[in-house]
Design a protein around this ligand. Structure first.
Ligand code: AMP
Length: 443
């Protein structure tokens, strides 16, 4: 099966030719005729399966030139990076078409974006919050939308965009085609479809939780953070096949700490991205990684979501993510579109439970690699790793220093009592002067 076997237009075929893409991926092939038929679609696909082109190709095939200023296609994605990426993908596919695309996202001045949409466009790619703002201030009119695509819906809900999405959906013309993509179909996704979609056809690229076959997964059992740092340094120093490495860290703090540690050994060879970094910094870092100025980047789950960077040779999970699905998303950054990729996970004793949940989800046991012999095992512990004495959560009120009488002082009078067991008989004797009986026993 080649792209020529699909009923694509010549401009699209030429663009695909320029890109060097000849064969549709599974989801592209499966979904094409369903979208062309005009039905609503629920696509279950992770990033890396080619799902962006899977919805773009049929949508662009159906698109007709209009003199109208109002957009016909609306694509909602969870992050700013994805807006840029999808818009770039559209630009590549429409080299031979007259399509105007505008990408809008929050965190930057709204005015230029408002002007762009007011000037007229055919496709809008947007994050939910900024999209709603532009609709509410009247810059963006949704009355001509024929196709709505919501990508990475599960992530959108994770980020708390439920209200914005529902608000936008309520403002769309009722006669439209809805396409939804999600790696996992949660209850919330089902509710969204039941409320706004019309009998969507389910198309699956790979069953939820199935790791992409072209990823070689393995793990190292490592005792603590600093040994993980040593291991990472060692691997980056010795393994020359690690040319494009995406490192995941659980928190912004951990990502920054790790970047600091690596910067000493590999100055200017890597960057860090997380949600506290300015948008420009994030774009620049990703671009440097794309064009191989950087050999590695350290990222948190949120910003790395959906980022498409081709030829990532290794994904390193510096920590084990708490959500098993996040693991699947992380490793999906490597081995993209039929390329072989490698994922390595660093697991401490404490994280083994999380890994077990991931293995259960994937129904796959991640093989353990032996630690390199010359790895320095650190015994330095981070604050988080230091053993903590767990105390019952009761509030102990300590005397003020001035009132304190030191550790050794006389007991207060009321505390001097000792527990002396007094029998009932003795108590009665003390009270009545003589033993109280119920009368003489009958003989
Ligand atoms: P996605 O899953 O949409 O993020 O796509 C992953 C990567 O695969 C992107 O870099 C696409 O440009 C690339 N890609 C998509 N479809 C194909 C295809 N049919 N052949 C080769 N590469 C593709």
């Amino acid at each position: 099966m080649t792209f020529k076997d699909l009923n694509l237009s010549t401009p699209l075929l030429n663009a695909l030719d320029d890109l060097g893409y000849t064969q549709p991926t599974t989801i592209q092939h499966k979904i094409y005729s369903v979208i062309l038929s005009g039905r609503d679609v629920c696509g279950i696909a992770q990033t890396g399966t080619g799902k962006t082109l899977a919805y773009l190709l049929p949508c662009l095939r159906l698109w007709k030139f209009s003199k109208d200023k109002f957009p016909q296609i609306l694509i909602i994605v969870p992050t700013r990076e994805l807006v840029k990426q999808v818009a770039e993908e559209i630009a590549k596919l429409t080299t031979y078409m007259n399509v105007v695309t505008v990408g809008v996202y929050g965190g930057v001045n709204m005015k230029p974006q408002a002007l762009e949409v007011e000037n007229g466009c055919d496709i809008v790619v947007a994050t939910p919050g900024r999209l709603l703002d532009l609709v509410l201030n009247g810059s963006l009119k949704l009355k001509a939308i024929k196709q709505l695509i919501i990508d990475e819906v599960d992530e959108m809900f994770n980020l708390g965009f439920r209200t914005q999405i529902n608000n936008v959906l309520d403002r769309l013309p009722p006669k439209r085609q809805n396409l939804l993509f999600s790696a996992t179909i949660t209850d919330e996704v089902v509710v969204l479809m039941n409320t706004h979609f019309s009998e969507p056809e389910r198309v699956e690229a790979a069953p939820t939780g199935t790791p992409l076959e072209n990823i070689d997964q393995s793990m190292y059992e490592v005792p603590n953070f600093y040994t993980k740092v040593n291991l990472l340094k060692l691997l980056l120093t010795e393994d020359e096949t690690m040319t494009k490495v995406l490192i995941f860290a659980a928190t912004k703090h951990m990502a920054d700490d790790l970047h600091h540690e690596l910067e000493e050994h590999f100055p200017d060879r890597g960057g860090v991205i997380h949600s506290n970094k300015a948008q420009n910094h994030r774009f620049n870092t990703i671009n440097r990684f794309r064009d191989n100025t950087y050999r590695f980047i350290i990222a948190t789950d949120l910003v790395a979501r959906g980022i498409d960077i081709s030829e990532v040779t290794h994904v390193i999970n510096f920590d084990v993510p708490e959500e098993p699905e996040a693991y699947i998303h992380r490793i999906g950054r490597t081995g993209r579109a039929d390329k072989k990729g490698i994922s390595l996970t660093f697991v401490t004793e404490r994280e083994k439970e999380l890994l077990a949940a991931i293995e259960a989800l994937m129904n796959y046991k991640v093989p353990v690699l032996p630690l390199p012999e010359h790895l320095t095992i650190s015994d330095v512990l981070t604050e988080d790793e230091k053993p903590k004495v767990r105390m019952k959560e009761t509030l102990i009120v300590l005397p003020k220093v001035s009132e304190s009488k030191g550790a050794f002082h006389e007991k207060l009078e009321k505390n001097k009592k000792t527990n002396i067991k007094i029998s009932h008989k003795d108590k009665m004797k003390a009270k009545y002067g003589k033993p109280k009986t119920r009368g003489a026993k009958k003989k």
